[in-house]
Write a protein that binds this ligand. Structure first.
Ligand code: BYC
Length: 329
């Protein structure tokens, strides 16, 4: 029998050493943890934090790209961008639902985002200054997201792992549409190629920061790896991303803005220059270039949507009352 926790006076499972060991054994045996299973409070909290941050990132991530929908250079580009931004909204909803299975409400998560307790990915605090940025976001940002999220399809928590499967399929389409935009610009006029290079120069470092702090400074990695929430460390994923992306930049004839980027035969991967962690922490702490606009946009959407939530609730309540009345007849 898996559950060896004792039920405490408050009705919650006390985390005895036996309970924790049995939980870990279950994770080690690659059994999926499902919403109604007993789980350590720390495991639940870690997932709420990570899935919540992930959901917020998908929703906030719609803003920098949405900014270009009306200015896309052709109908084909506009239709593709619209579909991509809509996909990101869908990913956010999927993820909020996955987090809700852990006993937190979407309202709580949104309030935490708006008052700064919950984070969203640092990358979405940077502005989209040119059309090339839409290509670069697809290529680099979705590319980094895929690298980070493919292993999450094997996360020990079932609802998160299953949500990631569809999300990754769509992200892979997004990455290709971005790469194709950058390729078109890189093969275009000298001005277009310069636009693509300028975009790469601005997005490269923020993209490799997306993977989070170096392993030595990552507070949560060890425990998250033990619980098989994370399957690779931040630095391992960053390295995989750099190794996959450098040949793509070479193919495009673009230069990655890191003079210290060099193939290291011994390790079988690229060495890179130092990351500006001061910039990273500044952005993570809410002082990124667009941070105020992003949170203000989310607050406006939440406030403007209040009547919709109220109407939906009233409608659901009315239907429930009608069903009860019919059942009572
Ligand atoms: N931005 O101990 P660590 C996407 C925080 S893609 C902001 O290593 P962990 C999309 C971290 O939360 C982006 N904060 O943490 C793509 C922690 O602070 P708290 C979303 C960051 O959790 C294209 C502290 O730093 N993807 O959505 O083990 C278009 C210490 O870090 C960041 C996900 O969220 C950052 N970059 O590892 C549209 C993927 N990095 O919480 C949308 C799921 C670190 O203690 N998340 N921090 O206050 C993850 O895989 C992990 O949470 C991370 C961080 C790798 C991000």
């Amino acid at each position: 029998m898996y559950s060896q926790g004792l039920i405490g006076a408050d009705g919650r499972t006390e985390e005895t050493p036996e309970f924790l060991a049995a939980f870990q054994a279950r994770v080690d045996a690659e059994q999926k943890i499902e919403p109604n299973d007993d789980m350590p409070e720390g495991y639940r909290r870690t997932l709420v934090r990570q899935i919540g941050q992930h959901a917020h990132s998908e929703i906030v991530g719609m803003l920098p790209e949405g900014n270009w929908i009306t200015r896309a250079p052709s109908l084909r580009r506009k239709a593709a961008l619209l579909a991509k931004v809509q996909d990101e909204g869908g990913h956010g909803l999927y993820l909020y639902s996955a987090a809700e299975t852990l006993g937190v409400t979407r309202k709580q998560m949104t309030e935490e985002l708006l008052d700064g307790r919950a984070k969203y990915s640092s990358i979405f605090n940077y502005p989209t200054l040119s059309w090339a940025d839409i290509g670069t976001i697809g290529w680099l940002v979705d590319g980094a997201a895929i690298m980070n999220q493919i292993p999450l399809c094997r996360c020990s928590y079932g609802p998160y792992a299953r949500a990631m499967i569809r999300v990754c399929k769509e992200e892979s389409f997004h990455q290709r549409q971005g790469y194709e935009i950058v390729m078109t610009l890189a093969r275009g006029t000298p001005e277009q190629k310069a636009m693509a290079q300028d975009s790469l120069n601005r997005w490269w470092w923020p993209s490799i920061m997306m993977f989070g702090p170096h392993d030595a400074d990552s507070q949560h990695s060890d425990q998250s790896m033990a619980w098989k929430i994370k399957r690779f460390t931040n630095d391992e994923l960053r390295q995989k991303f750099i190794d996959a992306t450098v040949p793509q930049a070479e193919f495009l004839g673009l230069t990655i803005p890191d003079p210290e980027l060099k193939w290291n035969e011994e390790k079988g991967g690229y060495d890179h220059g130092p990351i500006d962690w001061d910039e990273f922490w500044r952005v993570v702490k809410g002082f990124g270039p667009c941070a105020r606009d992003r949170v203000a946009a989310r607050k406006k959407a939440w406030d403007d949507g209040e009547w919709v939530r109220e109407a939906a609730l009233a409608h659901a309540e009315k239907r429930r009352a009608r069903k009860l009345a019919v059942a009572a007849e």
